[in-house]
Design a protein around this ligand. Structure first.
Ligand code: HEM
Length: 198
């Protein structure tokens, strides 16, 4: 593997340090077994991806991370929602983050890692009749280049001078924002759903 002996794989440190948050997020997403469930997931995803991708576009990315920048998805999510006739504005959920180089490794870990879960979600969306041409463009995009995850893990594990505490804190902040964005879709007080949809 691409990391020096004597230190534990950075990837596994991140995985162990965020496992609880990943499970909480999975539970917040729930099974995408109906169009309303899928629409809710899209809204949550847009609510957390839009501000995060804006933050990332405005920050200097460490040279090691430049070749493994996660693909921005928010625009595709908006198109997926449009396919389904869902146009209500969503409230953005901004992760409170340091964007130090070590933190960026943690943020990229979450965004790149989400392509793994996307394989499952893509299958579920397929059962709802959705795909690259209609409603699940962002998932088709996420699963289109499986080698990117391996490439990212290679960069992560080869990185020197990483502050893993900072990376884990940042990764959990991203997971937390995603979970809150999803949970908010159920909260009538904050949601933007019309009265007929509540
Ligand atoms: C219901 C929704 C989700 C499910 C069912 C799910 C499921 C999974 C599964 C099965 C894996 C492991 C895949 C493998 O090892 O081949 C995985 C990995 C991962 N997922 Fe998710 N996921 C979901 C949502 C998300 C979201 C929304 C994010 C980020 C915003 C995310 C971030 C990650 C990360 C970072 C990993 C890599 C963990 C590692 O280091 O191995 N997941 N997910």
């Amino acid at each position: 593997m691409g990391f020096h002996s004597g230190h534990q794989s950075h990837r596994f440190v991140l995985r162990a340090g965020t496992m609880e948050q990943h499970l909480a997020l999975e539970a917040a997403v729930g099974p995408l077994n109906s169009l309303p469930a899928y629409t809710r997931y899209l809204r949550g995803l847009q609510a957390f991806r839009t501000p995060l991708e804006r933050q990332l576009a405005a920050v200097a990315i460490p040279p090691a991370l430049s070749p493994v920048r996660p693909i921005p998805l928010a625009e595709l999510v908006v198109q997926d929602r449009a396919d389904l006739g869902d146009h209500v504005p969503v409230w953005e959920e901004t992760a409170s983050l340091s964007l130090s180089p070590s933190a960026l490794f943690g943020v990229f870990y979450v965004l790149e890692g989400s392509t793994l879960g996307a394989r499952l979600l893509h299958k579920q969306a397929g059962q709802l009749g959705l795909g690259a041409a209609h409603g699940a463009r962002h998932l088709a995009e996420q699963i289109s280049s499986p080698e990117t995850w391996k490439q990212f893990v290679g960069v992560l594990d080869a990185a020197d001078d990483l502050n893993m505490d900072e990376a884990v804190v940042a990764a959990n902040a991203v997971f937390g924002a995603a979970e809150r964005a999803l949970a908010r879709q159920d909260d009538a007080e904050y949601s933007n759903r019309g009265p007929d949809e509540l």
